[in-house]
Design a protein around this ligand. Structure first.
Ligand code: GDP
Ligand code: MG
Length: 303
């Protein structure tokens, strides 16, 4: 099976809940060659339920109506696919390619899946034959350090940690120094999602950034904002605040498997104007998929 075929199957599995709850009822409508007003409205409701967002759904419906006015038979599934691809290709992902030592910071609110994603990402990079070193930068809770330790073991990569309450900027510095000395291409830094105040959190991220730059002036090379798909569009305002304050470069959308709102990828990309690097589709080490628009849309529409 080709790379895209493999991705397609992974997306299909990850989008199962969205498919069952929303897209399966849509299958019948997508197979029609002419749709009347009631059927168009039914389709519109289902697209909104999948959390594709008002803007994209309006565009889609306008195009379907325009094609219907043409009088000839139409192919709603093809129209949907073309429109979704156009929207999703606005911010193409920058592939993770090793070039010297690159520092990746994972940020996001508590519970979205930062530590889990970091573990999966370390395993993914290791699986490609590239070394990674992980840094337990969430020193706010002891459990977070132990959780990362388990993931480091699972991925077979070294971890830099200190005690709970230690200075995250100091271990980030140690991590970057050690990776550079050993020629390790990836440094993945976990961070806290909750501190005493949001202001305090942003100051801490700034401090991490400045201490990294003492070792590698271009660091952090990537700042990944981790978002939880089950929150749907509700999390977008908070995400925007993070993007502005933390210099986010890429997005990671987790828990797609637990969400019936898989379409949320569309309004997220549209509003944040940043590429989605990976999506999380489960709690296992394999459950992180590099985002690829066509495989995603095919997985979504395979009803
Ligand atoms: N189903 C599912 N659960 C996930 C995924 N990613 C993370 N989780 C779970 O979400 C919970 C919070 O994850 P954690 O990494 O601790 O979040 P953090 O607070 O941002 O570091 C854990 O129970 C994870 O197993 C995913 O892609 N799918
Ligand atoms: Mg964590």
């Amino acid at each position: 099976m080709g790379l895209l075929g493999g991705l397609f199957n992974q997306f299909k599995k990850g989008l199962k809940r969205t498919q069952e709850l929303v897209l399966a009822p849509m299958g019948r409508l997508l197979g029609l060659r002419r749709l009347d007003e009631a059927q168009l409205e039914e389709l519109e409701d289902l697209l909104l339920q999948a959390d594709l967002g008002v803007k994209a759904v309006d565009q889609l419906m306008a195009r379907l109506r325009a094609e219907l006015r043409g009088g000839a038979d139409i192919d709603p599934k093809r129209v949907l696919k073309e429109e979704l691809l156009r929207l999703l290709r606005q911010s193409p992902a920058r592939p993770f390619e090793a070039a010297g030592t690159q520092v990746v910071l994972l940020v996001g609110v508590n519970g979205v899946g930062k530590t889990t994603t970091l573990g999966k990402l370390a395993a993914h990079l290791k699986g490609r034959g590239e070394g990674a070193l992980v840094v337990a930068g969430d020193t706010f809770r002891a459990a977070a350090i132990d959780q990362l330790e388990l993931w480091a073991e699972r991925a077979g990569v070294p971890i830099i940690r200190n005690h709970m309450g230690g200075d995250p900027a100091a271990i980030a510095f140690d991590g970057a120094t050690s990776a550079q000395a050993k020629g390790i291409p990836w440094v993945l830094i976990d961070t806290a999602g909750r501190l005493h105040t949001k202001d305090h959190l942003m100051k801490e991220l700034d401090k991490i950034r400045r201490s990294l730059q003492k070792v590698l002036p271009a660091a952090p090379h990537r700042v990944l904002l981790v978002l939880d798909a089950t929150t749907g569009q509700n999390g977008l305002a908070q995400a925007e605040a993070f993007v502005r304050a933390a210099g986010v470069t890429d997005l990671i959308l987790t828990k797609l498997d637990g969400s019936a709102k898989g379409g949320v990828v569309v309004p997220i990309l549209d509003r944040l104007k940043l590429p989605i690097a990976f999506v999380g589709v489960g709690e296992g080490v394999e459950d992180l998929i590099p985002f690829e628009a066509e495989a995603f849309v095919d997985g979504l529409l395979d009803v």
